[in-house]
Design a protein around this ligand. Sequence first.
Ligand SMILES: *Cc1c(COP(=O)(O)O)cnc(C)c1O
Ligand code: SF4
Length: 443
Amino acid sequence: MSIQVRVPVQELSETSLAPSFKVYTARHLEQIPQVQRLPSQIRQEMKVVASVLPFRVNQYVIDDLIDWRDPIADPIFQLTFPQKGMLKPAHYQAVEAALATEDAAHIKATIAEVRAQLNPHPAGQLEQNIPKVNGEPVLGLQHKYRETVLFFPSSGQVCHSYCTFCFRWAQFVGDPSLKIAAKESSQLCDYLREHPEVTDVLITGGDPLVMKTKNLRAYLEPLLAPEFDHIRSIRLGSKALTFWPYRFVTDADAQDLLALLREIVAAGKHLAFMAHYNHWRELETPIARQAVANVRATGAQIRSQGPLLRHINDHPADWARLWQTQVELGIQPYYMFVERDTGAQHYFEVPLAQAWQIYRQAMQQVSGIARTARGPSMSATPGKVEIQGVTEIHGEKVFVLRFIQGRNPDWVQRPFFARYDEQATWLHHLKPAFGESKFFFED
Ligand SMILES: *Cc1c(COP(=O)(O)O)cnc(C)c1O
Ligand code: SF4
């Protein structure tokens, strides 16, 4: 079966659509007109879950991306609105009971206890990858793979909406000790000066595109100086092309933003927009397409990545259409991730064996041009591990795996084997194949 997607060139007059950004959080859930029309049981469930997991959604997502005729079946509704199943039954009941007491201290303690049990920092994010300058930890940086430093600017630690499955959810629920954020770009520069092996800087968050252009410029412009010639690629990790495409078209500083992107390209850097996409529906609105066209016109590349999620995109046809649409819009599919072991993972997880089948069947529906997404890939403690397939070796059914990225560069592209396990959803569920006692990277 092959898929057909027509991507017409969209014209959008500057004056026809220029809404201002309007956002709703947990406190405003009941003010959303579309939510007011939902049954009271569902509204109650949403309130309970939104008291634990972050909730933030804006008018564009509500009005233009969600089909409210059947919201529970709608992938963008599942992507942004809390659902009862996102908390395990015991957690749900505990929080619902606590809320009913209206005892603020008890509610707070219950919520904190539940959050602590949701593995708020998967893959050793807080302890293991924080680099040091002059012996002092630099809190807004993460350096796990030799070539690439991640930078979390302090003013980019929110998003235009929140994804219900986000592995960074702990940063959004208001505990400042959980925030990985930098105050200054000077620390970034100090670190990069000492690390000529670093070629890529990835500005991430939250979403760095929530920042005003002038703030973003303060972080990015210093990297264009000759002393940072070793920085060859600048990446921006963002979901703004989905959640607030007006950022690149009609926002007051949209033109200044596009000018900044052009300056980075003119300085000879590779500028890569690492766009987070989960569903082809995110690419259907005229404004989303205009935003993609505007970013591409600056000379920036757009690459796409996103996790495979039950309730949102666990059908091969959805991935095939996502990749095909992206290719037609000039976006390169880059990674398909496995949902991380944190937050509402039990709600979204897809067993590794099934994830591989979905990936494979989606690949089979598109031409080679759209087959550039690697995956399904787990961002685990030792590195990014890709499920290459399932096969049988000497009568033993095994997963064939490889490192796409490794904490140790020598691990990269090494195939290895794990005992087949139909239920496994993460690397730590897997056992070495052939009766071996550990994986090679565990030495
Ligand atoms: C994925 C990732 C990167 C970037 O890896 P690439 O394979 O170069 O895209 C960098 N740092 C961390 C911590 C990552 O998870
Ligand atoms: S856009 Fe990215 S960082 Fe923001 S909530 Fe979604 S997954 Fe998390």
